[in-house]
Design a protein. Structure first.
Lengths: 134, 134
DNA sequence: CTGGATCCCAATAGATACTG
DNA sequence: CAGTATCTATTGGGATCCAG
């Protein structure tokens, strides 16, 4: 685990949140786990944003240390691990949702995908329910 | 402006959001502007998390380039600038709110401030209205 | 003065090659 | 499959410099 950037102990909840998941990759992992139901290192590695192996390994460790995800050995495949969200992790779903809504509103690049945020806006509670808790 | 990390052009709204504000400092600046009503470089520099001058200058540029904030000269003090949120910036308020709610729920360190998140949970709409648009 | 820009350099993040 | 090792690029802290 490389990222030893010290936690900012000001008590501010915004600072705590950013110290925990405030980087360019953590929420992409959580997106794949919550929305795309990915469960293994190999599945996560295939994300289209092309995360590097060490970055993925590092973030998985950090997220596990923060009790946002947990890992167990795959009972059906002894050399694989199954990652899953904890309750604390699923409670990040509202943040993920709001990020998608905002970006869906403002990403004007031609290839931007807006259908998902549209879906959320039509039924935010349904979407949240779907990704919160599996 | 240091941060030339390329945008990930996958179309995913989560990736767009993270490319735009996914770092340890941007949302602390936005917190101070939205919640604490700070308007100048000097005021922002005083945040208790002790942002470095170069980092603050860099993030202000990035946020301005992303049309999240804008700057004008202070008409009452010709050697100062006034930063303010754009509509696109104020629309980040729901993300800020959800970060505060989550951290308020899970930051168990003794110095963690939980009164603000409690306030949000009692009246999320009121809080959002208060920080959205000044 | 305020609002930065610049520079140094330590610390982190990330790409790629390789391994148990 | 699930990482580690290694090496390079980028970020960030702190001091200092500079323009309006």
């Amino acid at each position: 685990m490389k990222n030893k950037t010290k936690m900012r102990e000001t008590g501010c909840p915004v600072a705590y949140g950013l110290d925990t998941f405030g980087d360019r990759w953590s929420f992409l992992i959580l997106r794949d786990m919550m929305i795309r139901d990915k469960k293994t290192y190999g599945e996560l590695l295939e994300m289209e944003e092309e995360i590097a192996t060490n970055v993925l390994a590092d973030r998985l460790k950090q997220l596990e240390a923060a009790d946002i995800i947990s890992k167990v050995r795959d009972p059906e495949n002894r050399r694989s691990y199954i990652y899953s969200m904890t309750a604390k992790g699923y409670d990040l779903a509202p943040i993920l949702t709001e990020i998608m809504v905002w970006s869906g509103e403002y990403d004007q690049r031609p290839f931007a995908l807006r259908n998902v945020p549209d879906l959320i806006k039509k039924d935010r509670k349904g979407f949240l329910a779907k990704i919160s808790g599996g």
